[in-house]
Design a protein around this ligand. Structure first.
Ligand SMILES: NC(=O)c1ccc[n+]([C@@H]2O[C@H](COP(=O)([O-])OP(=O)(O)OC[C@H]3O[C@@H](n4cnc5c(N)ncnc54)[C@H](O)[C@@H]3O)[C@@H](O)[C@H]2O)c1
Length: 374
């Protein structure tokens, strides 16, 4: 296979960094764009510098560009000098709740930034494959209209026909999105349009909960990463509404990148896919807390806030049928236990390298787990 020239935006983030690692390992020339804006959105806890440094240590063909995707002139210069074969667009303001405080910045990054990249691709490398990581929040709260039943630890779809979860026919308008959902829906529609109208090879992945050890988890974004971080630090986790039985499906960043790879090998024009962990990787808040307690051997401090996040999904499971039927080589390869294990081990290691010299009980628990499950 000839080496390709690949651009990854949001390359210091969860999905971007996984993509950089994956395609660098295969010998491709990988360019990353990231201006560490996650730290602007979420403060020090969201800082991704550690991940950029990690990438610099472990890659061989990676070039980092400290660019802002809102800067059209800078993008123009980059695209003019690099004819990319594949663009993986992961840079975003990723939080539902944060968008409320920064509506203009959220829209500029998510919607305008995406159009800047689509247009640069159209002008300079129209035959490239363009993958946009969208979100299940484009559906707003319409998934909540499905009839549900309450089980002991989770909400569940009441009808057998909904068992596989939400498919791409769910409507995206006339629902409550949050400003984040609306800015991502704008970008999602523009990406579809560049595929359908201009015939470009554009794929749109509407993510469920994307997760993995490279997340700089914060309260407002990165559910499992933040849950584990709080558990290991012995702090208190807040659960918002729905009796703590809300269900999320979780997909490891590696399985996301494998999906991108499959699409880029056989691209379609303006196709939309739901991409999450599916039913087998679904878990409720109560179940996630129980799992963290079981795996760390430590009781977790958490409190219940009797007010759900505005527009939050009650039970969201991505129906993966469409993607699997177009790309039968792809499947979920990393289950929930392994996802939890990796995040626990990684957070413990990060604590250690941050200079916590004496092992805390939390540490010992996770290291115990690490030893039992090498
Ligand atoms: N993590 C999830 O649960 C989830 C769920 C659904 C969809 N998504 C989508 O997947 C994509 C990747 O998410 P993630 O979890 O890797 O997010 P992330 O926050 O870990 O990574 C995004 C990266 O983009 C960078 N960035 C932000 N604004 C930028 C700008 N203006 N210019 C350059 N870089 C900028 C940030 O610094 C960050 O490193 C996003 O589009 C997000 O909306 C994520």
């Amino acid at each position: 296979m000839l080496p390709k020239s690949i651009l990854v935006t949001g390359s210091s983030g969860l999905i971007g960094s996984e993509a950089v690692e994956h395609f660098d390992r295969q010998g491709h020339q990988v360019h990353g764009i990231d201006n560490n804006m996650r730290a602007v959105f979420f403060g020090d806890q969201g800082d991704t510098t550690w991940n950029l440094e990690r990438l610099r240590r472990i890659t061989s063909n990676f070039t980092h560009h400290n660019l802002d995707i809102r800067d059209r002139i800078a993008l123009e210069t980059l695209f003019r000098s690099h004819p990319f074969d594949l663009i993986i667009h992961c840079a975003a303001q990723p939080s539902h709740d944060k968008a409320r405080d920064i509506p203009i910045l959220d829209f500029e990054v998510n919607a305008l930034g995406t159009v800047n990249l689509l247009e640069a691709t159209r002008l300079h490398c129209p035959n490239a494959v363009f993958v946009f990581i969208s979100t299940n929040k484009v559906y707003g709260d319409s998934p909540n209209e499905l009839p549900l039943k309450e089980l002991e630890t989770r909400w569940e779809y009441a009808r057998l026909e909904d068992y596989n979860g939400i498919n791409e026919n769910c409507r995206i308008d006339r629902s409550l999105h949050s400003l984040f959902g609306a800015s991502k829906a704008s970008a999602d529609l523009m990406a579809q349009e560049y595929g359908r109208y201009f015939g470009m090879k554009v794929g749109i992945f509407r993510g469920g909960c994307l997760t993995g050890p490279s997340h700089s988890g914060v309260e407002l974004h990165g559910f499992l990463s933040y849950l584990v971080k709080v558990a290991i630090a012995g702090r208190t986790y807040s659960v918002f509404g729905y009796k703590a039985k809300q269900v999320r499906d979780n997909i490891h960043s590696r399985d996301v990148v494998r999906a991108i790879e499959e699409f880029s090998a056989n691209p379609r024009t303006g196709e939309v896919y739901n991409l999450g962990g599916g039913r087998e990787n679904s878990i409720s808040m109560l179940e996630a807390i129980a799992k963290v307690e079981q795996m760390t051997g430590k009781k977790m401090n958490w409190k219940y806030v009797d007010q759900n996040r505005i527009g939050d999904h009650i039970c969201y499971i991505s129906d993966l049928t469409k993607f699997k039927s177009h790309y039968p080589n792809w499947n979920i390869t990393i289950g929930l236990d392994e996802i939890f294990r990796q995040i626990i081990v990684d957070h413990s290691n990060r604590l250690r390298s941050a200079g916590v010299s004496k092992p805390t009980p939390e540490w010992q628990c996770s290291l115990l787990y690490q030893r039992k499950n090498p």
